[in-house]
Design a protein around this ligand. Structure first.
Ligand code: ATP
Ligand code: ZN
Length: 212
């Protein structure tokens, strides 16, 4: 009998809420103990614990059938996968920020400037749409320190409360993207897997409705 393979984040900001959602859907499974793959005892699913950045690729290749990631990771990945449901948790925004003493009068500020980010694809699209010609410096973490050390004039990074920006002497000046957790799926699901997914989706939607 086939099982629906679900990829969720192994640890980090999406992990707990992804586990909680599956549990609220009535799925029983062992969680923790460092296992990277586990199966449910009462529903035909396998759960894969992965780094969030790897999930789009696994789903595109149909190694995982579905996954839970931030829309920011979905868009940045540029993989051929579908969003099947927005999940209403882990809301955040991807924003441009500059040193707080900067005289910022609008997006044209970024012309001929250097911007550090871990989201070069999303940011390049945004600059193209706004006819801005800037240099994008790709760095994978601690983006907020880039202006202070002279690596960039600004940054584009995930913001939720804004306190990380503040403590690094930065201010948010443009919102590039509003993001939340989403359920993504492969474009190559066979009939049996699709029907398991439909059952799970029905439960997810009931859980969501109950919270409205
Ligand atoms: P991994 O080790 O799996 O690669 P990560 O460090 O890339 O994890 P996290 O910081 O755990 O990722 O964030 C996962 C997702 O949570 C983000 O991609 C984003 O969609 C969402 N998120 C919500 N609020 C925040 C926040 N304040 N900072 C960063 N991400 C946030
Ligand atoms: Zn990540």
């Amino acid at each position: 009998m086939s099982k629906l393979k679900i990829a969720i984040q192994k640890s980090g900001r999406l992990n707990e809420k992804s586990v909680a959602l599956l549990e609220e859907c009535g799925l029983k499974f062992p969680n923790g103990g460092g296992k990277l793959i586990t199966e449910s005892s009462n529903f035909p699913v396998e759960i894969l614990f992965l780094r969030d950045d790897d999930i789009p690729q696994y789903v595109e290749q149909n190694v995982a059938h579905i996954g839970i990631i931030g829309e920011n990771v979905f868009l940045e990945s540029q993989k051929q996968i579908n969003i099947v449901e927005k999940l209403n948790f882990s809301g955040c925004r991807l924003s441009l920020a500059v040193p707080k003493e900067t005289d910022y009068e609008g997006i044209s500020f970024f012309n001929d400037k250097k911007v550090a980010t871990s989201y070069p694809n999303i940011l390049q699209n945004y600059f193209n749409e706004n006819q801005i010609k800037a240099t994008i410096e790709v760095i994978s973490g601690s983006v907020e320190i880039a202006p202070g050390i002279g690596l960039a004039d600004g940054i584009c990074d995930i913001v939720s409360s804004g306190s990380t920006l503040l403590s690094n002497g930065l201010k948010e000046v443009e919102i590039v993207l509003k993001s939340q957790a989403v359920l993504v799926s492969s474009q190559n699901l066979d009939e049996e897997i699709q029907s398991i997914l439909n059952k799970l989706l029905f439960r997810i939607r009931s859980v969501q409705k109950a919270k409205e």
